[in-house]
Design a protein around this ligand. Sequence first.
Ligand SMILES: NC(=O)c1ccc[n+]([C@@H]2O[C@H](COP(=O)([O-])OP(=O)(O)OC[C@H]3O[C@@H](n4cnc5c(N)ncnc54)[C@H](OP(=O)(O)O)[C@@H]3O)[C@@H](O)[C@H]2O)c1
Length: 325
Amino acid sequence: MKAVLCKAFGPAETLVLEEVAGPAIKKNEILLEVHAAGVNFPDTLIIEGKYQFKPPFPFSPGGEAAGVVLEVGEKVEHLKAGDRVMALTGWGSFAEQVAVPGYNVMPIPGGLDFTAAAAFGMTYGTSMHALKQRANLQPGETLLVLGASGGVGLAAVEIGKAMGARVIAAASSAEKLAVAKAAGADELINYSESSLKEEVKKLTGGQGADVIYDPVGGDLFDEAIRSIAWNGRLLVVGFASGRIPELPVNLCLLKGAAVVGVFWGSFAQRQPQDNAANFQQLFAWHAEGKLKPLVSQTFPLQQAAEAINALGQRKAVGKVVVQVR
Ligand SMILES: NC(=O)c1ccc[n+]([C@@H]2O[C@H](COP(=O)([O-])OP(=O)(O)OC[C@H]3O[C@@H](n4cnc5c(N)ncnc54)[C@H](OP(=O)(O)O)[C@@H]3O)[C@@H](O)[C@H]2O)c1
């Protein structure tokens, strides 16, 4: 099979496309024929050795995929050969086949093609878990989303609206904010041009945002925690800016606020039934037209490096997908 390989940590340009043997599966795994693979920020980190997982070389990046089940390990009961599925793989999806533990694979509902399905799981799964289990977002609350046109950010805008929140989308350019507006955001803040803290104050009558969704970290986190409402919850989702911020905890004391960690991959593994219930809700909202996964760019497998760089160079909006077949 063809696979994009990382043979040593480095930038995306060092990835190579080679012909390799297909993977063998364990008893708890399925073999997936990959049709499309979603690109996520962790793909930019894993090839540089900067992610929490460091697979042995050579490995293929690509944390999620959609395709057809080719083989099923004897301990996997909910799937059969020929099923159309979406899978969370961690890595390995930028290849024509990947072996995946059965618990990370689910059938694709009607209405999603392979491209959209490959772009759905990681972003909507993360943002749903963040806003439901971690923030307990309530109808009528104000949700501030940073990096609001990115993968997880745009999903958070749509889910926030579906949960009945007033959504303030914040991003670094007018073009990116237009994407968040089209996804349903009520208010927009361009944090390249104005102070996040001052704009949030203006838009909330001085109260601040009840829930803040932060996939960016760095300086924006420092401003965001000062924009939080009494009883607020700031969701620590990621550090796309490259800096993990530090927190003077008196800021939490003063607002009765909580800083809450979000780790969707672990949640899905530790609380599979809650994760499955989240996806039932997400699929229902998708069928009702409340969620519209935006795939802004697709790349063939031989251009996987360009796909990864679109995220690493802060150029992507919505999702980027590698079309494997
Ligand atoms: N906790 C979890 O379970 C979980 C799950 C999935 C992803 N994540 C994390 O969430 C973050 C976002 O992932 P994603 O896949 O949604 O990425 P993405 O599509 O690339 O979005 C990231 C956003 O961050 C902003 N950003 C600010 N500084 C940046 C920089 N130096 N480089 C790139 N982007 C920058 C960009 O928006 P502006 O230009 O508008 O600022 C961009 O839209 C990552 O840190 C990822 O690891 C966490």
